[in-house]
Every structure is written in C-alpha cells, then in structure tokens.
Design a protein around this ligand. Structure first.
Ligand code: LLP
Length: 437
C-alpha cells in the first residue's frame, strides 16, 4: 500500500496515524505526507554522494510541492532548494531557508523576480537565455552587485519514460543550445562580465525518467564541450548540475530503479569522461522533486454518488478531482487506490473513480478493483505527493484541500483548507469597479 499499512481496525495507516481519524479531524479531500519517508529519500541522495566521495548539492525542486513547512523540512535535512518563481522564492524566504543554498530557475524570470533574487543574495541564478543574461547584467551593474550563475544548456536529448531520442536540433523553450554555438557564446559573454561568476553548467532532460541512459548521455555531451572550451580558452567549471527527473512508481506499469543508481552512473560517467584531461572533478548538483516527495503523499477522498452504465462501467465519484490532482486529466497519469476505511475487504468489483468537477475528463482512475463501496467510504489515492497540491486549482470554485504531515504517530496540519471566504477574498463588488472608473 505505498507508504501506508493496514492497522488492526482494518484501516489504512500512514506514518503511524489512522487515515480514518485524519479524515474525521481534518476533513476531505486531504493530502497526507509521511515525512519520515521524505527524510529517508533526502538522506539517501546525500549518502550516495558521500559514499562516492563526491562534493555535491542535492537541491529539492520545490515546484513538486512548496509550502513553508515543506521548505523547513528541506532545511532540516540540509538539502539545497530550487525555486522557479518569485512565489516559490518568497515561500523559501518566509521559511527562513538559507539563501546561499537557493537556486533560481525559469525561462522567463521577470525583472522584479531577478531583483528579488539579487536583493536577497541567493546562492545562484540559473541563466536560461540571452535576453535574461543581458537583463541580469544590467541589474548587476545597476546594483553594483556580483552574482553566481549557472548556464542552462540543452544537450539535444529528449528523455522519455522508457526511451530517449536524440534530437540533432533541440526544440525546447529552455536553455542555450549546447551544440550549435549558443552555449559557447553565452559562456564567453558571461565570463567577460565583471559581475558574473560562472559556477558552471546546468541541464535538465525531463521528468519521470526510468533509465540512466539519458543522464549519462547528457553528461557525456556536456563534458565533450567542456573539453573543447578548456582547450580553447581554459574554462573549467566548478559545478555541473544535471537536474532532476528520476522516476517513481505510481502503478505496476512503472519500473523505477533505485535513486542511488542514477547518481552513481552520472558520477561514474563524469569521472570517465574527465579522465586524461586536466579538468578537475566539478561539484555535482542534482535537483530531484518527484523522487523526494511523490510516494510520500497520499490523498484521502470521501466517496459520494455512484452511477452505473449497464454493461459498461460503474462510476464512483469522490469529493475532489482535477482541482486537487490534475495529472490524470493533463497527462493521462495513472494511480492506485484502496478503500482506506477497509483496505483488506474482499475486492468485488471494478469501478472508475470520477472527480466532482463539471468536465467529463475529470476522472481520477479508470477500472480500479475495489470492495463494494458506498457514500461515506474513504478512498486513499497513493503517490500524490508531487505535482498534486502544487498544481491544485480552484476550478468550479472548489476550495483547495488541507495538507497534513504525519510522523511517528503524530499528525500536524501544515496547510489549512481553503474556505469559501478565501475564494472570494480578492473579488471586488461590481459597484466598487464602477466607482474606480
Ligand atoms: N529541475 C528542473 C530544471 C525542472 O524543470 C524540473 C521539473 C525538476 C528539476 C524536477 O523534476 P522531477 O525530479 O520532479 O521530475 N507537472 C509535471 C512535472 C513537470 C516537471 C517540470 N520540471 C508532472 O506532474 O508530472
């Protein structure tokens, strides 16, 4: 049962806490995170680097799930942090995350966002394109402030779930093309700036990747260029950031490999490629999001209405849906689930789990084997910890659920449930709008 287990009352339990009690106390839908598992994953990444004797930074990609408590957990575990917007940066600052360990990503950071990053002296800015390089230079000149940067490069690799495809000419909105001279031009430009300290290169080849091949190939291509730049103008990067994207198991169709294996193979490839050169081993940075929090989170829903389409299927509707988990509708993502209030009951039927949004595509799970369920039963959907809350929305003016952390038999609410009042908080009356004209 993913991160949960079944207790004596035949209830699903997570982090030593009964999910039936959680639902009674905090309501549904409810995101529940087993934070011991997040800690374990975080330590796993760090220990792998330690065992290999490699200097590294493991940055949590906070787009997977950002909240003040989550960022504080990341701080407790001594990881670094990747943010991709002023909002994520603001959350990190509110959580008092050490600024020198914050890395700022994004293909279109605004002037305000860059200023915010400079004002707070964050660890590094991952520069994505020429116009950003120019804007950042202007802001540094204006503020008379130096900045650490990484250059994001696109190594011409498209990583897919079970495959990777070489694309000669990368067509991506992110990064400087590594192979057509763009990256070299950006590097020279940045090296010529007295305001920029080029710490190294960054690349991210995709998400939910189950093979190491793409990462290894990316490292190989980048180091190929580094060798050339070293010979041509003596550039040796202190840092190489190979991004995130390590796959996790949502259903039995997924076949992840241990996270440590990605790290080991990446490091081995970098070491091999650098052999025989005078380029020192750079610090290796990675940015896992999903693989740190994905399987640590579940969502609890209340079962409501049912509808039978004779000879075709039975729809069982729950009190959430694409407003709290848009991944099935957006990516046809698959999930597993059980009845949390009696997970060991005999499976009697195959049903399809519908959300409550006014949209036919709002289906959470097709063809799920379940015990006979009815109104009031509790459904637990596994592996919703990454890109669940962070992509939640208010479609149909549905309030966003609460988030609870559990550990050692204790539960702590870390995000409150939105109220109807919250939903209209920013709305103005028609009268006010007319008055301001
Ligand atoms: N670093 C960069 C530069 C990224 O763009 C991403 C994810 C990550 C790290 C973290 O990747 P992860 O380890 O979580 O796979 N909404 C989609 C996923 C989008 C990922 C975007 N970038 C989903 O729900 O599957």
């Amino acid at each position: 049962y993913g991160t949960g287990k079944v207790n004596d009352a035949n209830h699903l339990e997570i982090g030593g806490v009964d999910t039936v009690q959680l639902a009674a106390e905090y309501g549904t839908p409810l995101y529940v995170y087993d934070i011991e598992l997040i800690r374990e994953r975080a330590r796993g990444f760090k220990q792998t680097f330690e065992k290999l004797g490699i200097s590294a930074q493991v940055a949590y990609a906070s787009k997977a799930f950002s909240s003040i408590a989550m960022i504080q957990l990341v701080k407790e575990e001594g990881l670094s942090l990747d943010v991709v917007s002023g909002g994520e940066l603001y959350t990190a600052l509110k959580a008092e995350f050490p600024v020198e360990r914050i890395h700022f990503h994004g293909n279109n950071k605004s002037e305000e966002e860059l200023m915010m990053a400079l004002e707070h002296h964050i660890g590094c800015i991952v520069v994505d394109n020429f116009s950003e390089l120019e804007l950042l230079e202007e802001l540094c000149v204006f503020r008379e402030q130096k900045v650490n940067i990484l250059l994001r490069v696109t190594p011409g690799i498209e990583a897919h779930t079970h495959d990777y495809i070489l694309t000669g000419q990368e067509d991506s909105k992110f990064g400087f093309d590594l192979l057509n001279g763009q990256a070299e031009q950006a590097l020279k430009q940045a090296l010529n700036s007295k305001w920029m300290n080029v710490q190294g290169l960054h690349c991210h080849i995709g998400s939910q990747i189950f093979q190491t091949t793409g990462f290894v190939l990316a490292a190989k291509k980048i180091i190929g260029q580094l060798k050339k730049w070293n010979e041509d103008f003596g550039y040796q990067p202190p840092v190489l950031n190979l991004g995130g994207g390590f796959g996790i198991r949502y259903t039995e169709e997924d076949t992840p490999i241990p996270a440590s294996q990605y790290v080991e193979e990446i490091v081995r490839e970098v070491q091999n490629e650098l052999q025989g050169t005078n380029i020192p081993m750079p610090e290796i940075w990675i940015e896992p999001g999903r693989s740190l929090v994905g399987d640590a989170g579940i969502t609890l829903y209340k079962v409501g209405s049912e509808k039978e389409v004779p000879q075709v299927r039975k729809y069982v509707a729950v009190d959430g849906g694409m407003s709290d988990n848009i991944r099935p509708a957006l990516y046809e993502a698959k999930y597993e689930a059980v009845l949390a209030n009696r997970p060991l009951d005999e499976v009697e039927e195959t049903v399809s789990i519908a959300g409550k949004c006014c949209e036919s595509g709002d289906m959470l799970i097709w063809d799920l084997p379940l015990p006979k369920s009815g109104r009031g039963d509790l459904l637990a959907v596994f592996c919703t910890g990454a890109y669940g809350y962070s992509m939640a929305n208010n479609y149909n003016r549905i309030p966003r659920p609460a988030v609870v952390f559990v550990e050692n038999g204790e539960a702590k609410q870390v995000i409150k449930r939105e109220t109807y009042e919250d939903l209209v908080r920013l709305d103005l009356e028609l009268k006010e709008i007319v008055k301001t004209k």
